[in-house]
Write a protein that binds this ligand. Structure first.
Ligand SMILES: [Zn+2]
Length: 400
């Protein structure tokens, strides 16, 4: 049972919630087809051309004024529907992600996020005559790398938003997300080529530099706090065993649950890169990008989403012991934000894996996608119909 609070829906409100659920049910095939189509055509960050085109087309079909591309990002979408009730009202953001992981596909299940965002948008469109304010759908590219939402924030596409709502798939259902501050780091070492047998002493080995860097990162880990993360892959390690490599590259990520600690880690990592270059007489370029911040879960929105979940018999399983990062956290410093997780796979299924990828197009994920559409739209409805709730969400953000 949903707890009784001052914001408990009045009967017409409950009726609108039912109409939202009915609209999602009526669009079941459309929503699931979109999820499966995106799942079968995975596109990495900044290259979500087909996914964003399909999402934009679906929104147009449901009466939205669609801007695509929106801002600098070719695959970003901003779509609007004005409430038909007139008068002042909030501007509620329904968000959707659709990028996949290179070499893995939809191992984070963002296909279900794209489809549920569209599902929520079409459900709200079905009751738009009863709503004040404005529904703002934001298709947000590049979550897995690059923090596309920060670019969209900088482009002013979140301007005036009173709330940002986004569901994420998981192996458990819980409303409040922990997110680590995180950045991508490209590291490039430049040395000097030489024949690896006849005159290796003439070379400067850029692969040695890279191996040193991985070794020092491994040693560094012992001194890091348990929540800190640093992990990377080698992008280029040389071209042939008989050439001293003059060019190597790695892609790292650094993360921490504390933004202050993160800033210290960032500088330490740069020093490790410089030390590896110094030790091998190579030079190094270190490029940080795509900062994702720590998450400020809005307790007022979380309480509403939790109550809407409870009405469907889903309990909040509480804090997730594992935490990744998300650019939704950047949004959470700008306006009231939630990023609830709903289960699409058995507890213990690792994220960013083949198992999770395959789960993201299974019947359980399809049902969760429909439910997420309903719960996001119902939480938006709570905000549209209750100015005090919007004010309370803003107060919670300002006072936290
Ligand atoms: Zn994700």
């Amino acid at each position: 049972m949903a707890p009784l609070t001052a914001t408990q829906p009045a009967p017409p409100h409950a009726e609108l919630k039912s109409r939202i659920a009915a609209a999602v049910e009526a669009a079941r095939d459309e929503i699931i087809d979109l999820s499966h189509r995106i799942h079968a055509n995975p596109e990495p960050a900044f290259e979500e051309y087909r996914a964003s085109a399909w999402v934009a087309e679906a929104l147009r079909l449901h009466g939205y004024d669609v801007i695509h591309p929106a801002g600098r990002l070719t695959t970003a979408i901003r779509a609007i529907r004005h409430g038909g009730r007139g008068g002042p009202g909030p501007r509620i953001g329904i968000l959707a992600e659709y990028d996949a992981l290179p070499g893995l596909g939809h191992g984070c299940g963002h296909n279900t996020m794209a489809a549920s965002g569209v599902g929520a948008a079409l459900a709200l469109a079905a009751i738009v005559d009863e709503l004040p304010g404005e529904i703002v759908f934001l298709g947000t590219p590049a979550e897995e790398r690059g923090s596309g939402k920060q670019i969209m924030l900088d482009d002013g596409l979140f301007e005036g938003l009173d709330a940002a709502l986004l569901y994420h798939p998981c192996d458990r259902s819980h409303v409040e997300a922990r997110a680590l501050a995180s950045e991508d780091v490209e590291v490039v070492f430049t040395g000097l080529q030489a024949h690896a047998a006849s005159d290796p002493w003439k070379g400067r080995n850029a692969l040695d530099a890279l191996i040193l860097l991985f070794s020092s990162v491994g040693l560094w880990r012992q001194q890091l706090r348990p929540s800190a993360r640093v992990h990377g892959i080698i992008r280029e390690g040389g071209t042939a065993a008989n050439i001293i490599p003059d060019h190597t590259a790695a892609w790292f990520m650094i993360r921490s649950e504390d933004e202050g600690e993160y800033a210290v880690m960032r500088e330490r990592f740069r020093e490790l890169c410089e030390a590896a270059a110094l030790a091998t007489s190579t030079s190094v370029e270190v490029t940080f990008s795509g900062l994702a911040r720590t998450m400020r879960n809005n307790p007022v929105l979380a309480e509403r989403f939790r109550a809407n979940m409870a009405a469907y018999g889903i309990e909040d399983m509480g804090d997730d012991p594992s935490a990744g990062s998300t650019d939704m956290a950047n949004v959470s410093w700008f306006c009231p934000t939630i990023h609830p997780d709903l289960a699409i796979a058995p507890v213990g299924t690792p994220g960013h894996s083949i198992l999770f990828r395959d789960a993201a197009a299974m019947p359980r994920a399809d049902e969760t996608t429909l439910l997420a559409s309903i719960l996001i739209a119902q939480t938006a409805l709570d905000l549209f119909l209750d100015p005090e709730l919007v004010a309370a969400a803003w107060a919670a953000l300002r006072n936290s």
